[in-house]
Design a protein around this ligand. Structure first.
Ligand SMILES: Cc1ncc(C[n+]2csc(CCOP(=O)(O)OP(=O)(O)O)c2C)c(N)n1
Ligand SMILES: CC(=O)[C@@H](O)[C@H](O)COP(=O)(O)O
Ligand SMILES: [Mg+2]
Length: 635
């Protein structure tokens, strides 16, 4: 096993292999990736699809002198294995282990950090310009998927690169898939390049055929004269050529020799080149080939059967959101749903099936999705924009300028809020209170459990202005679900328990932990009031001021950065009301990027576990009883 792979301590080693050996190495790499992801979870089908492409890239180019930039970076496992990380590969995505994405701090071969989509061409152009300004000499290669090519940034970069005419290679890895089936007119165009024999013949091949015809040379001259109208018929990759790129392809991305040849050619061409590579997502592992979506990003699974291990049967927040949307759409005709390439991840698959004309997958285009919602709202509809917290960061100005400034009725369903776990710093949703909280007209809610989530979505959809509901990744707390949807009073918190010694003011995922902490503190003789804030904006000033006055000690608890978060808003309120004598302690995420690792371990590391909350609170409050033996309920 891994006879060849274990010898590859650096990428140059593979240049001593022949093509048969490279093929054998590809098999070993696949096995290594499948076995590791089966244990740790990770991005399986994207990585399996680019094994040969990655081998060819490292065969032709001299990393890290030549710069290879991976768009999104979720397909970079082969790159990691070829660049000296084979021995640590079993730590993939584990706390303290190697990241699932390229990280410059991890290896000199990871020349640019990624995780969010469609950034690679801009970064590559920047590096190419920097190289030329310094008078250096190396190749810069961006590897971008067809899904990532639906993102606006990719076009902004193509536009600029075509104008700059710097030496730059863009490898388009076209597997006809985003996470789900790819969408959009560009995807249709790429599909025609793949399948239409007219397109798929190489430019030179078509020229040769024409030359052989009796009137061939004349025809070619004529074509040259009428270039602008006729070249559309004969030149594949026309859109890219028009943008100033030299187009090469399409090439079978699993034929190492063919990919190596085309990359060698691309390397010699002056100016920007686009190499169109065709691959199969999940290649080499049947369950992933048959279900590339399910195995895109996957938890631990059984290699032999392809069965994904599901540990908890409690519905996830995502599922509850999806069900609520179906309920709401059934009764309110103006409710629409928008996703940016994540119909499954956001729980909208059933909605899309039942209400296809009211569902919009805009591609990886969060900014467009938000302003599309603004337009739909201006046209009399109530769009629900379902985007992960981390990806919504992209659309800050669209939220502010296109929605909130016009006070348009749009609901933001913000999934994956808080620490998401193994995807790490590019994906944690820890900034949404901050970036949304500063915008006038925006209402922000966070449910304490999955039952409350459904009511909050209904409340937001009933509200005639912008409203956001942010909720975490994964399972709810397993609470009883109300059959009927309720409307919550805007800006009203919920008092869950009363105690005279202190106030635990918790929001979202931290509410159940605050309740657990209060139970333990009570056993120690410390009686806590527990408040489920429900609203981050507007805050329930009345309740907060009341219990701050009664208890004199307020502990805010949030799974969010402390800077400009929920606790900061509470501090601002107390300061504005002159409550200088109230002790305030804020639990939350410090001012740093949080690494990857399991949710439970990261919560513990950053002091958001019940045990730590109890310790801190007990240290600031004098127990009235001798403490019982602590029964600590961890998350
Ligand atoms: C800004 C942003 N939005 C959404 C995502 C989630 N996402 C990660 S990979 C992916 C699909 C990428 O498709 P493609 O580029 O074709 O790569 P493939 O997985 O097919 O190899 C999406 C939507 C993201 N990473 N970044
Ligand atoms: C690479 C990427 O951005 C997505 O695949 C992301 O990892 C999905 O996250 P979830 O697994 O939480 O849906
Ligand atoms: Mg793709």
């Amino acid at each position: 096993m891994s006879r060849l792979l274990r010898q590859v301590h650096a990428p140059y080693v593979i240049r001593s292999l022949n093509f048969a050996q490279l093929q054998e190495l590809a098999g070993e790499i696949r096995q290594e990736i499948i076995n590791t992801v089966a244990k740790n979870g990770g991005h399986l089908s994207p990585s399996l699809g680019v094994v040969e492409l990655t081998l060819a890239l490292h065969y032709v180019f001299n990393s890290p002198v030549d710069k290879i930039i991976w768009d999104v970076g979720h397909q970079s496992y082969t790159h990691k294995l070829l660049t000296g990380r084979y021995n640590e590969f079993d730590t993939l995505r584990q706390i303290g282990g190697i990241s699932g994405f390229p990280r410059p701090t991890e290896s000199a071969h990871d020349v640019f950090g990624t995780g969010h989509s469609s950034t690679s061409i801009s970064a590559a152009l920047g590096m190419a310009v920097a190289r030329d300004l310094k008078g250096d000499n190396y190749s810069v290669i961006a590897v971008i998927g067809d899904g990532a090519m639906t993102g606006g940034m990719a076009y902004e970069a193509l536009n600029h690169a075509g104008h700059m005419q710097k030496d730059l290679i863009v490898v388009l890895n076209d597997n006809e898939m985003s996470i789900a089936q790819n969408v959009g007119a560009m995807s249709g165009y790429l599909n025609r390049l793949r399948t239409d024999p007219m397109y798929s013949k190489g430019k030179e091949e078509i020229e040769q055929i024409l030359r052989k015809l009796p009137a061939g040379p004349k025809l070619l001259r004529l074509i040259d004269k009428l270039k602008d109208s006729l070249k559309y018929l004969v030149v594949p990759g026309m859109i890219f050529e028009e943008l100033g790129f030299f187009y090469l392809g399409p090439i079978d991305g699993h034929d190492i020799k063919a990919v190596t040849n085309v990359l060698q050619r691309a390397r010699t061409i002056k100016g920007p080149v686009l190499v169109h590579i065709l691959t199969k997502k999940g290649k080499g592992y049947k369950p992933a080939e048959n279900n590339p979506d399910k195995f895109h990003g996957v938890g631990p699974f059984d290699v032999a059967s392809g069965e994904i291990k599901k540990s908890i049967s409690i519905p996830s927040y995502t599922e509850v959101f999806g069900r609520t949307m179906v309920k709401l759409a059934g009764r309110e005709r103006n409710v629409l749903a928008i996703t940016a390439a994540m119909p499954g991840g956001t729980g909208l698959t059933k909605f899309a099936r039942l209400f296809p004309e009211r569902f919009f997958d805009v591609g990886i285009a969060e900014q467009h999705g938000v302003t599309l919602a603004a337009g739909l709202a201006a046209g009399g509809y109530h769009p629900v924009v379902a985007i992960y917290s981390t990806f919504l960061q992209r659309a800050f100005d669209q939220i502010l300028h296109d929605i909130c400034l016009q006070n348009l009725p749009v609901t933001f369903a913000i999934d994956r809020a808080g620490i998401v776990g193994e995807d790490g710093p590019t994906h944690h949703g820890l900034f949404d209170f901050s970036y949304l909280g500063t915008i006038p007209n925006m209402i922000i809610m966070a449910p304490g459990n999955e039952n409350e989530l459904q009511h909050m979505i209904a409340t937001a959809v009933n509200h005639h202005g912008p409203a956001a509901v942010r909720y975490p990744r994964g399972a709810g707390i397993g609470c009883k679900m109300d059959k009927e949807l309720k409307l919550l009073p805007i800006g009203k918190a919920q008092v869950l328990r009363e105690g005279a010694d202190l106030t635990l003011l918790a929001v979202g995922s931290m509410v159940s932990r605050a309740e657990n902490a209060a139970g333990i503190l009570s056993g120690m003789g410390i009686e806590a009031t527990v408040i489920n804030a429900r609203f981050i904006k507007p805050l329930d000033e009345e309740i907060i001021l009341k219990y701050a006055a009664i208890t004199g000690k307020v502990f805010t608890i949030e799974e969010h950065v402390l800077k400009n978060g929920f606790g900061s808003a509470v501090l601002e309120l107390l300061s504005a009301k002159g409550k200088k004598d109230v002790l305030v302690h804020r639990f939350g995420i410090p001012d740093c990027f949080i690494e990857h690792g399991s949710h439970a371990l990261l919560m513990e590391k950053y002091g958001l576990n019940v045990e730590h909350i109890v310790d801190v609170v007990a240290g600031k409050c004098v127990p009235r009883k001798v403490p019982n033996k602590l029964k600590v309920v961890l998350d």
